[in-house]
Write a protein that binds this ligand. Structure first.
Ligand SMILES: *Cc1c(COP(=O)(O)O)cnc(C)c1O
Length: 363
């Protein structure tokens, strides 16, 4: 328990409990726990929900990204251009396969990777471009496609389940999309989980093989793969939740609209919606007085979080690999504040949070 009157989000609302318990019981009784009927059914249902031809369940979102890159033949000596503003796992998926992340700074308003900065970062060693659909808002895919000129685009969709970019599903605009089912995501498991979607049948087959030890057939390891499988229990839980995802996404969008209207004239700036396919994984505002505002809200029982306090390019884990500074991301990391948002949040709570922000006095 967070101890806040209005927690940032509630991961297992009451109305989810029965469906989840039934899904778990079904797997317990089946006696089949790895790569069975639940994973196969979830892969079909998730691909269909995402408008993709294929989905492959994997262990988590980080592995989903790394497996796509590996299946594209990317490895040591190669560069992958990505954003400094994301969960650091985006860039760690690149280092995991021995490649080098190259950071292109973000667009100062959209906060997703800046296509012009990507263009400037392309080198003969660039083997992929890895945009993130941050906070549920799609990156500018039209502009990225225009400058990629044959360099594969791999989409980090870990915060963008069911989002569309320019009217087309995220994950299907590039060669493949990586999803996470970490419990806090728009579609969350009760543990780790992830998936890749793609319209490329061969790529899907290579990823499936790599994720299961590189086995071309049982006990025959054609490639030095990894062990990164989605398990049956999580797949069964995800199937139960997937059926309500479109409605939950509509609720997120509605609550974001309530926030937007209620925050007009408030002493924070609300991020603009650049694409109507935004799925509001997070509702983020900017303020130059973040520590004071966060304290002001906490004093009123309202929990807020920061996504993210440090640009990935400044993290000790990767700084030595990639010394390029990203000044826009650095400034944004000092200003962003994520307000409570989940489908279980009431409009009254949103109104109360907005009123508390109106009461905040800048010092
Ligand atoms: C959550 C997240 C990841 C990592 O997913 P895991 O399932 O935790 O490995 C990667 N990228 C982004 C943008 C994320 O939000």
């Amino acid at each position: 328990m967070s101890g806040y009157r209005i927690p940032f989000q509630r991961l297992t609302p009451e109305d989810d409990r029965d469906a989840i318990t039934a899904a778990i019981a079904r797997v317990v009784d089946s006696g089949w726990y790895i790569l069975g009927p639940e994973v196969a059914a979830f892969e079909r249902e998730f691909a269909s929900a995402c408008g993709a031809a294929h989905a492959v369940g994997v262990g988590n979102g980080t592995d989903a990204i790394a497996l796509i890159l590996r299946a594209l033949g990317i490895g040591p000596g190669d560069e992958v251009i990505t954003t400094p503003l994301s969960a650091a796992f985006t860039a760690l998926a690149v280092t995991m396969i021995g490649a080098r992340p190259v950071f292109a700074d973000i667009d100062p308003e959209r906060l997703t990777i800046d296509p012009a900065a990507v263009a400037a970062a392309i080198s003969p060693r660039t083997k992929a471009i890895l945009p993130v659909h941050l906070y549920g808002q799609p990156a500018d895919m039209d502009a990225l496609e225009a400058i990629a000129r044959g360099i594969p685009i791999v989409e980090d969709c870990c915060q963008a389940h069911l989002a569309t970019a320019g009217g087309r599903p995220v994950g299907t605009r590039g060669v493949a999309g990586a999803f996470s089912f970490y419990p806090t995501k728009n579609l969350g498991a009760l543990g780790d989980g992830g998936a890749v979607i793609t319209n490329d049948r061969d790529l899907a087959a290579r990823i499936k093989e790599l994720s299961n030890g590189g086995q071309s057939a049982k006990y025959h390891h054609a490639h030095a793969g990894v062990n990164s499988r989605l398990d049956e229990v999580q797949a069964a839980i995800l199937r139960a939740r997937l059926s309500g995802l479109a409605a939950a996404t509509a609720t997120r969008r509605r609550l974001a609209g309530v926030y937007r209207a209620a925050l007009s004239g408030a002493p924070v700036s609300v991020l603009r919606e650049f694409d109507s396919g935004h799925v509001y994984h997070l509702f983020v505002v900017r303020t130059t007085a973040r520590p004071a505002l966060q304290r002001h809200l906490a004093d009123r029982g309202i929990e807020t979080l920061v996504h993210y306090p440090v640009p990935i390019s400044a993290q000790p884990a990767v700084r030595a690999l990639e010394p390029r500074a990203c000044p826009i991301a650095a400034r944004v990391c000092d200003e962003v504040l994520s307000l409570p948002l989940s489908p279980a949040l009431s409009e009254a709570a949103v109104a109360e949070i907005a009123a508390a922000i109106h009461d905040f006095e800048m010092r």
